[in-house]
Design a protein around this ligand. Structure first.
Ligand code: GLN
Length: 279
């Protein structure tokens, strides 16, 4: 069946879930995966799928129509121009987190010893190890399944990182770091009703949600860890929930040796906090 008919069927099956821009992006991701052709080749020739691939195409459409994210269907995604494998034991890396990685890469500070807390797919740790020369990156992750994925992604991207499978709440280390980064769970359960089905029904809730009674708990533990394990002049980069940016400022103000800066994401939301340890 040729590409234009497939496109029509694709749109008809999924128009109530995705807008036309999203449909366009997802259609080409699917077709590129099935044909190994570039987007340009697909757009400029009326490409046909054989019977076997057509069957897979419809399987994908069926899964998409059940709100399953394309990244889980294909088992991979692109993050900061690198390819990452993933399954639903880890969060799908977000464009905001790509911005966080860019911020770190551009920031002028010492970045020899880096710790990524709550590494998930390893996207932050691996992208930093790839793009920051002479860095020594450690990824801390509680979930053994995720650790397997981090390992796979590190070798897929030809980087060596240290991976520690441990709970942040009991984690102790003799090492000190120049830079600590974390994108911890930061959506409160009371915001759950706002979250779309493709996130809620598929992504791991322990990676997304935090209890309403202590929404900054991960940041608190990381700040306490930083008392002994972050070098003077070292930096912390947090991804945060913009609705809690005032509370974040209050929290950080309790640590007198830290200065901070809030940075907006591409949506204009206060999404990142950079902290510097001064003494
Ligand atoms: N660090 C990973 C990411 O940014 C996982 C984050 C998480 O599970 N909260 O995608």
């Amino acid at each position: 069946m040729d590409c234009s008919i497939l496109r029509k069927k694709f749109n008809e099956s999924l128009f109530d879930i995705y807008n036309s821009e999203e449909l366009n992006i997802i259609f080409y991701i699917v077709m590129q995966n099935l044909t190994n052709k570039s987007k340009l080749e697909l757009m400029t020739s009326n490409y046909k799928l054989g019977n076997v691939k057509e069957k897979i195409f419809y399987e994908y459409v069926n899964r998409l129509s059940n709100y399953e994210p394309i990244q889980y269907i294909l088992g991979n995604t692109i993050f900061n121009n690198l390819e990452f494998d993933l399954d639903n034991s880890v969060l799908i890396p977000r464009p905001e987190t790509e911005e966080l990685v860019d911020l770190i890469i551009k920031h002028e500070c010492k970045k020899e010893k880096i710790l990524d807390i709550g590494s998930g797919s390893g996207c932050i740790a691996i992208a930093l190890a790839k793009y920051i020369l002479r860095s020594n990156v450690t990824a801390l992750e509680i979930c053994p399944n995720a650790v397997k994925i981090i390992n796979k992604n590190a070798s897929k991207n030809n980087v060596e990182i240290d991976i520690i499978c441990e709970d942040l709440f009991t984690f102790q280390s003799k090492s000190t770091f120049d830079l600590i980064v974390s994108n911890p769970p930061y959506i409160v359960y009371s915001q759950k009703y706002k979250i779309s089905k493709n996130v809620l029904n598929f992504e791991p809730h322990h990676a997304l949600f935090v209890n309403d009674n202590d929404p900054l708990i991960f940041y608190k533990v990381i700040l306490n860890f930083s008392k002994n394990n972050l070098n003077v002049d070292g930096n912390i980069f947090f991804e945060i929930n913009d609705i809690f940016h005032h509370e974040m400022i209050q929290l950080v103000s309790k640590y007198q040796n830290f200065s901070y800066k809030l940075i907006k994401d591409f949506h204009g939301k206060k999404r990142f906090m950079i902290l510097k340890k001064n003494t």
